[in-house]
Design a protein around this ligand. Structure first.
Ligand SMILES: C[S@@+](CC[C@H](N)C(=O)[O-])C[C@H]1O[C@@H](n2cnc3c(N)ncnc32)[C@H](O)[C@@H]1O
Length: 508
């Protein structure tokens, strides 16, 4: 008896997406195809692949790091957590996101921490969904998924990615053809003046688009209202959002800045329509593949994504309803998601209103240094000696710099950890007893002082009703230098410090 990929995966005991990845990456050699091009698995293939599956060991291995660092005692038990690996994977490749993590990492978490139950009876939560890596991966593995994302552009990405398999493919294809004709006739007609205009409140130091590029972008915007199906219009809007910076005079380095500032020439002209068509075609390919691999296993699943702050999650989710939480909150590095997505927020008219953006800023996890630096001393709302000591040292650094010195950064750190506490409280309400939370987080250096964010976070989790299970090293990023705590006042002796990311694993 031969099987198609979905049933073959069931026989082997892995998700269809996992089997597909093994085949694509050559980890197991490919199988024959039938007349229609569908993969067919014979019993001999099933046995061969099952043998491979059984041989994959999950045993943690020790990461080798220089001796002087305390992170030596953390173990590695996951594959690379960085987003780069997503660039070729269906759905994940749609939206690049600087702070996203890899599908492989999420897959490892699902394997390790989901209870041994039918996936369709389980719910996976990502409180800071970004562009939806956890949600998509959980869904492709057959689980119900729930997400919160405060940034309207990232929310749009999650919404379209999670729902696109329900859209009418033939309609998307027809719309794409109509777009091609519409765009070409008008770009070639020099007398055509676009009706759409650039968002007038979006101010940048130099023109965001060169005139020729802007004219082409506006032709796309003339076309968008012709897409009557609003879901398909959103898919085109997202497609534009994902590529719009690539033909602008700005680039991500990783913060959004002028190309000129990083020595790159401005982009005078570009094939705007072609780039968007290629993106939509990529989306169509993935949606088609979805039917082959997942239509059956995901039919009855719930996918919920809220454009709300996770701090309000108890208004939307039931207590004790989540089996596994996998997330990465903003790090203690003041990376400004809202600022870095300004082009998308303004051009797609998602948050052009200043008051609305301020509201999001204030509801964001950890707020921002700019928002809290000139406030009176902000204290932790809970009692944790190691954090109090850190904050005291930090506050004492560079007092002559006023709010730009230790005081401002200590306020930011205190706000960040207060939000970590709020987060852990809400997470502990939503998790089922025995449920697991995996939180990816990095250490930081503020004013030259190392803050072991992950360890403090784990202690805070304990105060908020969770149990610390593990801190797992994921990757090291680069080396910085930090002051040895005890010598801050005595001449600032420096030591080499490795910036790293870990997964803090907690249970309820
Ligand atoms: C590190 S990113 C998550 C990336 C995600 N793991 C991925 O792979 O795409 C953190 C996200 O948290 C979001 N965020 C910040 N504060 C939030 C809040 N209070 N509620 C929900 N989302 C929030 C930010 O907009 C940002 O997209």
């Amino acid at each position: 008896m031969t099987l198609h990929i979905t049933n073959a995966a069931k026989e082997i005991g892995v998700a269809p997406i996992t089997l597909k990845r093994w085949l694509l990456s050559g980890k197991v050699s490919d199988v024959k195809r039938d007349r229609n091009g569908w993969r067919i698995f014979e019993q001999i293939d099933i046995r061969r692949i099952r043998k491979y599956a059984n041989g994959i060991s999950n045993a943690p291995t020790q990461l080798q790091l220089p001796d002087q660092n305390h992170i030596n005692d953390k173990t590695v038990a996951f594959r690379d957590s960085a987003f780069n690996g997503n660039k070729k994977l269906p759905f994940h490749r749609w939206v690049p996101w600087i702070a996203g993590f890899s599908a492989d990492f999420v897959e490892d978490c699902l394997e390790k921490y989901l209870p041994d139950q039918k996936p369709s009876e389980l719910t996976v939560l990502d409180p800071f969904s970004g562009v939806g890596t956890t949600l998509i991966e959980g869904f492709l593995h057959g689980c119900n998924v729930t997400g919160f994302e405060i940034n309207p552009y990232a929310y749009l990405a999650c919404k379209v990615k999670l729902n696109a398999h329900r859209y009418d493919i033939a309609d998307i294809e027809k719309t794409l053809q109509r777009f091609g004709r519409y765009y070409r006739t008008r770009t070639e007609d020099e007398s055509y003046t676009p009706r759409a205009t650039a968002p007038n409140t979006f101010t940048t130091r130099s023109p965001f688009y060169s005139p020729k590029v802007e004219r082409k972008v506006l032709i796309l915007f003339d076309f968008l209202p012709n897409i009557k199906n609003l879901e398909i219009r959103d898919l085109f809007r997202l497609a534009f959002g994902t590529v719009m910076v690539s033909f602008s005079n700005y680039s991500y380095e990783p913060s959004l800045g002028r190309r000129a500032s990083s020595g790159k020439p401005d982009i005078e002209d570009a094939d705007v329509g072609g780039v968007i068509e290629a993106k939509v075609r990529q989306m169509i390919d993935d949606i088609k593949e979805f039917d082959e691999l997942h239509a059956e296993s995901t039919k009855a699943l719930q996918t919920r994504i809220y454009n709300e702050s996770f701090f309000d999650a108890t208004e939307f989710c039931d207590r004790d309803s989540i089996d596994l939480l996998v997330t990465s909150p903003p790090y203690l590095n003041n990376y400004h998601y809202l600022r870095n997505t300004r082009p998308q927020l303004y051009w797609l008219d998602l948050a052009s209103d200043n008051r609305f953006r301020k509201k999001i800023e204030h509801a964001s996890f950890g707020k921002f240094w700019q928002t809290v630096r000139d406030k009176d001393t902000i204290e932790p709302v809970f009692s944790l000696d190691r954090l109090n000591r850190k904050l005291e040292i930090l506050r004492g650094i560079n007092p002559e710099k006023g709010v730009y010195g230790g005081h401002g950064w200590a306020n930011y750190a205190a706000t960040y950890f207060n939000d970590s506490y709020r987060f852990c409280r809400v997470a502990s309400e939503l998790l089922k007893p025995g449920g697991t939370a995996v939180v990816v987080i990095g250490n930081s250096i503020l004013q030259g002082l190392e803050i072991e964010t992950d360890e403090i976070f784990a202690d805070i989790g304990e105060l908020a009703g969770l149990k610390k299970k593990d801190i797992v090293m994921l990757r090291t990023k680069r080396t910085g230098s930090s002051i040895i705590d005890s010598t801050v006042r005595a001449g600032k002796t420096k030591r080499k410090t490795i910036l790293y990311e870990t997964a803090v694993v907690m249970t309820k």
